[in-house]
Design a binder for this molecule. Sequence first.
Ligand SMILES: C[S@@+](CC[C@H](N)C(=O)[O-])C[C@H]1O[C@@H](n2cnc3c(N)ncnc32)[C@H](O)[C@@H]1O
Length: 244
Amino acid sequence: MRYRPKNYKVEDQKIFTRLKKNNPYIALLYNFPKILIPHPSIENFQNHFENKKKDSKDKSHLGKIHLEIGCGSGRYLIENAINHKKDSFIGIELRYKRLVLAAKKIERQNIKNILLLRECGEYFDEYFQQNSLDFLHINFPDPWNKKSQRKHRLINHNFISKLSYTMRSNGEFRLKTDHLEYFETVFKILSDSKDFTIIEHTKDLHESIYNDKNILTEFEMLFKSKDNPPIGYFLAKKINKKNN
Ligand SMILES: C[S@@+](CC[C@H](N)C(=O)[O-])C[C@H]1O[C@@H](n2cnc3c(N)ncnc32)[C@H](O)[C@@H]1O
């Protein structure tokens, strides 16, 4: 069994009081029961997901499934969800404050097709069945720059094989990062993979033909206002085995 953070709100009020004194956002996580799951499990995720479908205006199946890992305070996730109202969006993030800020925006704008999980992105595959995920978006993953830290990176061979399992044929994985060494490492893993093909890529997104359809993230806006580094972007497609 993998480690899951304890739910001190339920299990130990004394510890919970101490924790929320240090970081008030810990307590605020629980204020958005329809939007944010502070302690996700496969069961409560599935229940929330089903309820979201019932909540949707036309009561029909909520189209394609998008996952964004490390969604921060939700700028990209929210714009994407507004642009694709029939699809379902799941945002995974670890930081309390960013999750609360995202949940507040989602609530304020009355957006019904987003669910947030406080979870480690590495475990995304626990929530999706084989061939179920349509889109994965990862924007500016922590680069873990030093060689000795690279083992902590989110995207590696193991991550890509889990993606291969959970993603549908023709599913799409989009990555943006200003860390060009990380970009090249992931690009190579995908280029070598028999399960994916890269159909769009650039090492300078804002100067490329892909810039028009680009949705800015919070970090990207910050970069633009500062030293504006070139941003690597690719779109990799899961290969449809039937066509091979
Ligand atoms: C550099 S920030 C980018 C945030 C956002 N994607 C953007 O572009 O504005 C990286 C984000 O990933 C989150 N993060 C880092 N490691 C993670 C993990 N293992 N699982 C989920 N989120 C993670 C961080 O908390 C942070 O919000």
